[in-house]
Design a binder for this molecule. Structure first.
Ligand code: PMV
Length: 308
């Protein structure tokens, strides 16, 4: 029996623009994890027990777009083995909320399979395998989720060009508040695509603005100038609103958090629901936490972001 786990993630800056070749910064969320357990099976075949979904998936009979079945076949192909297996997956990461639940379950599965067969897969190899399933979940993903989760460190990501750890000189706190609305990334990514097709100059300008914010944020993080992060998050949020991927619930939570003392905030991930993130300090975190719950957040996590 072997176990694999993987962290969730948040995108600090740059979502959506990252699909169009701009940089983005993402960090792993080590306290929220997905897990997979692999055991040898007495009967023939491979069965995946997806505990949170209440589903058992017989890999050989699964539909071709079943992400976990496909990933299992791809991973076993990569390792070069055939076996009868029971695989159980479960996760603490809420689904469809911008915290990377899909990529984390997939990464945990690949790690557990690799460990079961005593194979050492590199983060790049794991990321490439998981990317194949991200395509099933998201349509045309940039690859940022699978990358930050497989590398499990703060990552500056530019699609097809750059995967670089970035320095965080001083740890900082973020409050992550869930709107309670699960919002498939595929939909907002598709809407941005249609907007871009209809008015490329406007969207390209917004993407450039977001890229500028990412550069400023990376610089601030490298210098330990964490007091800039909140304002940069709020600027990024305004650009995301202009892209049409925010919604009233996202904005109400950000406003409530800022009124209670947060330095600024933004939606994180695909948007139109999911989670918002706010930069908070130790002192204001309890007030912000309460204000977010009073404003309708279904859960709030305050977590420290640091160099891993
Ligand atoms: O998976 P999510 O919801 O965290 O969003 C991924 C970020 C997007 O930029 C919106 C899409 C992508 O593929 O990069």
């Amino acid at each position: 029996m072997t176990l694999g786990t993987a962290a969730g993630k948040i995108i600090l800056f740059g979502e959506h623009a990252v699909v169009y070749g701009r940089p983005a910064l993402a960090v792993p969320l080590s306290q929220l994890r997905s897990s997979a357990r692999v055991e040898t099976r007495a009967q023939d075949g491979i069965v995946i027990h997806a505990r949170d979904l209440g589903r058992d998936i017989a890999v050989d009979d699964a539909a071709s777009d079943d992400a976990l079945a496909r990933l299992t076949k791809l991973t076993l192909g990569e390792i070069g083995v055939r076996a009868n297996l029971d695989i159980t997956v479960w996760s603490d990461i809420p689904l469809a909320s911008g915290l990377g639940s899909g990529a984390a379950v997939s990464t945990a599965l690949v790690r557990a399979l690799a460990a079961h067969f005593h194979q050492d897969l590199s983060p790049a190899e794991i990321s490439a395998l998981v990317y194949e399933t991200e395509k099933l979940y998201h349509g045309t993903p940039s690859g940022i989720d699978n990358t930050v989760i497989a590398y499990e460190q703060p990552i500056r990501f530019v699609r097809d060009r750059e995967i670089n750890p970035f320095p965080i000189a001083r740890p900082f706190l973020v409050a992550i508040a869930h709107t309670g609305i699960s919002s498939p990334t595929k939909i907002t990514v598709g809407d941005v695509r249609r907007g871009w097709e209809a008015d490329q100059p406007r969207y390209e300008t917004l993407f450039d603005e977001i890229a500028g914010i990412v550069e400023e944020a990376q610089d601030a993080l490298a210098r330990g100038q964490n007091e800039w992060l909140g304002a940069l998050m709020t600027r990024n949020q305004h650009a995301l609103e202009a892209l049409g991927v925010s919604c009233r619930e996202n904005e109400m939570l950000i406003e409530a958090g800022v009124r209670a003392g947060a330095r600024g905030g933004k939606l994180s991930g695909g948007g139109r629901g999911g989670n918002v993130i706010l930069n908070v300090t130790e002192e204001d975190a309890p007030d912000v936490n309460r204000a977010l719950l009073d404003a309708g957040a279904v859960s709030v996590i305050v977590t420290k972001v640091f160099q891993t």
